[in-house]
Design a protein around this ligand. Structure first.
Ligand code: ZN
Length: 158
C-alpha cells in the first residue's frame, strides 16, 4: 500500500465526470488499498477516485463503523432533507452548510464485482452523497448554502 497525493480544489480533474469501472482486477484493488491508507492518514470520512487523480467511479467511506468500498455506485432512494456542515479533503480547512438527504439507499459493486445495497442515515448518508457527487465532478462548494466564517470555524474547534 502507498499514500497517494490528494488533489486540491483548482485542479480541473475534480470537475470532470468519471468513467465506469469495467475491470475488477489487481489494479483496482491496489487503488482501493491506497485510497484507504490515504483516507485514514488524512483523517477524513470519505475519498473518491478523482481526489487521487483516478477518473473512475470508485470511492470509499468510513464514518467510524468500518470501511465501505463503492464501485460504480448510484443512489436508489433518498428520504428527508436537512442542513449539515460539510467539508472536503480537497478543500482543506474550509467548511460550509449544505442541504443533504437524511437517509439514503445506494447500490454499488464491491471490489470483486458483486453488487450490494447499503442504507445510511445522517453522516453516512451525507458522505455517500458527497463522494458520489465527486464521481460526476461535483464539489460540495457548488451546493453550499453558505460557507462557515473563520469565527464559526474557531467555535467548532472548541
Ligand atoms: Zn470531497
Amino acid at each position: 500500500m502507498a499514500l497517494r497525493n490528494i488533489v486540491t480544489e483548482g485542479d480541473d480533474i475534480l470537475l470532470k465526470k468519471c468513467r465506469k469501472v469495467e475491470k475488477f482486477d489487481k489494479k483496482l484493488w491496489d487503488l482501493l488499498d491506497d485510497m484507504a491508507e490515504t483516507l485514514y492518514h488524512s483523517g477524513g470520512v470519505g475519498l473518491a477516485g478523482p481526489q487521487v487523480g483516478v477518473m473512475r467511479r470508485v470511492c470509499i467511506i468510513d464514518v467510524g463503523d468500518g470501511l465501505v468500498e463503492y464501485i460504480n455506485p448510484e443512489i436508489i432512494y433518498r428520504e428527508g432533507k436537512h442542513q449539515v456542515v460539510e467539508g472536503c479533503l480537497s478543500s482543506p480547512g474550509e467548511f460550509g452548510i449544505v442541504e443533504r438527504p437524511i437517509k439514503v439507499k445506494a447500490r454499488a459493486f464491491d471490489r470483486n464485482g458483486n453488487q450490494f445495497e447499503v442504507e445510511g442515515e445522517d453522516l453516512f448518508a451525507q458522505a455517500m452523497c458527497h463522494e458520489f457527487d465527486h464521481l460526476d465532478g461535483v464539489l460540495f462548494k457548488s451546493k453550499v448554502i453558505r460557507m462557515l466564517s473563520p469565527d464559526e470555524l474557531k467555535q467548532d474547534d472548541e
